[in-house]
Ligand binder design. Sequence first.
Ligand SMILES: [Zn+2]
Length: 449
Amino acid sequence: MNKLTKAQGETYPLLVNCVAQKYAGLQFANPAEILAVQNRLFLQHLEYTLAHSPFYKEVYAREKIDISQIKDLSHIGQLPLTQKEDLLRSEALLCVDKKEIVDICLTSATSSATPTLIPQTSMDLSRLAYNEELAIAMTGVNETDTLLVCAALDRCFMAGMAYFFGGIKLSASMVRAGSGSAAQHWELIKLTSATVIVGVPSLIYKIGQYALTNHEDPKGCSVKKLIAIGEPTKDETLSLLPIARELEAMWGAKIYSTYASSEMATTFCECEARKGGHTRPELIVVEILGEDDQPVMPGEKGEVVVTPLGITGMPLIRFKTGDISYLIQGKCACKRTTQRLAPVLGRKNQMLKYKGTTVYPNAILAALEGDERFHGGYIEAAKNGDGTDRITLYAALTHEDESDAWIKEVLQAKLRVVPEIKRITRQDADKKVYQFDKKRKRLTFFDLR
Ligand SMILES: [Zn+2]
């Protein structure tokens, strides 16, 4: 039941009770048609947000922005950007009366000690379910599938809830495995004959490892698809990372990447062609901005800046995600015409300047992961006296007494960057990286700069 008042529904009729379903065909429309719909939804979003958001009213008044001058998306660059820190003002960002809020999410708060609140209305939850239904369906999953969701539905996380609602809307069978142990997940797969695992790649790997150490073969089980969340599975050229290749071999299943965040409440998921995550024109406007906050040339790398459309509780305009990626234009092999977002190459604030090159910590690890000689490890960054970055790779090898000379060769060949290497034991590496009791994702970068 939609709790928003009739008046608000009239000002903002978009997506009420998931009428957004009518936009599902937009994925295959011609670019002019897509742009026309997006222009209309964007202007509605702007009008709604400026009518209801104390935060944006204040910012736009201060910056003397007159939204009547914004005629379509080509003018979006005139609007101020929203920073992550701005989200700490959740009271001022709230656009509805508190009684309209039905769920309060918290973000993982990677850059701030205070978690960010994301209050959602029932319409926002409907939108979230619609978003995820289409995202999951994009991978070829349908109502005959059983999905093991290895993402927490509790602790105010949005992701687990989104997958759960989306899967239900798709009429698939949902198994709320949550943040259990590898052993619990493996038992659930056998019990429920799950065909799809939704989870962080490193966790899916642990489940497979658990099965193998117990003399069972994940390849022979019911799982046929892996939907990877939270960590990339592809490199810049859209090739599978070694860890993803290993997961496919381990499970005899295809792996699909998704990219999403609580702030954008929108999922970019790969289709069966697996050539980048399809953007969702009816749900989000995506911009790629350079260091100067100006748009980059088409296909160039930059920061992903998003304006999620159709949000009623805490709508945002031009939110800087801090993630670095690029857009892919043109029709996909799946016949969808929507732009695709390449894998996230790193976080803007994790960018390391090293001997004249730019490198992201996860690129260093990705170059080594999947090599059977490499057990695991993490990266630490510190500042040198001259202001440049000092990068240290803490590496644990599968055979702890062997030489690590090959690491330098691999990194030199793949990245042309060789950090300082410090050897650690496998036990120490695992202890530092897998803190799933505290964090949802692996911790592979420690920034001491
Ligand atoms: Zn496609």
